[in-house]
Design a protein around this ligand. Sequence first.
Ligand SMILES: [Zn+2]
Ligand SMILES: [Zn+2]
Length: 178
Amino acid sequence: MFLDLASLRRQGGKQQYRFEEALPALKTEYEDVGFVEPLTVEVEAVNTGNVILVDLAASSTVRLECSCCLAPIEYPLHLKLNLAFVHQDDLAELGIENDLEADDEEYYQVYKDQPFDIGELVAEHLLVSLPMKPVCREDCKGLCSMCGKDLNLGACGCEETTIDPRMEVLRGLLGSSD
Ligand SMILES: [Zn+2]
Ligand SMILES: [Zn+2]
């Protein structure tokens, strides 16, 4: 996914791109998250003088696991990024140090004369946009903690609630009614 920002810098105006690319699985701390379909990326890059503003919209579907019942889920990912690109030679003019501080890095991407590959940047942001606790549905009942049955498929025979030991004491004090 290459953007030819250097020629946009020379010519002015804007460029539009559309990419469709099958990406390798995203590697999270816990698992590899595979894509169900190719990633599509739409990009508009506008030369505003020293800075090229890039609007990017990416979408795909990934395969996750419900954090409650462990069922596989197809989870749609939509990502929007607004980025500002500065050519290395324009940094000084903008009053930005050549070595970007961490603060600047959030605002500016530095590019050189060769086409800029946005693939890695998009993958990084996709990774961060993954939900921490995906669920197959809002009211997922999860698995029984005793027998492991998927409670979405119906109740199991286990005790429904474990009894709070403090309630037991209270019951003893009040005297059992049965
Ligand atoms: Zn679930
Ligand atoms: Zn059970």
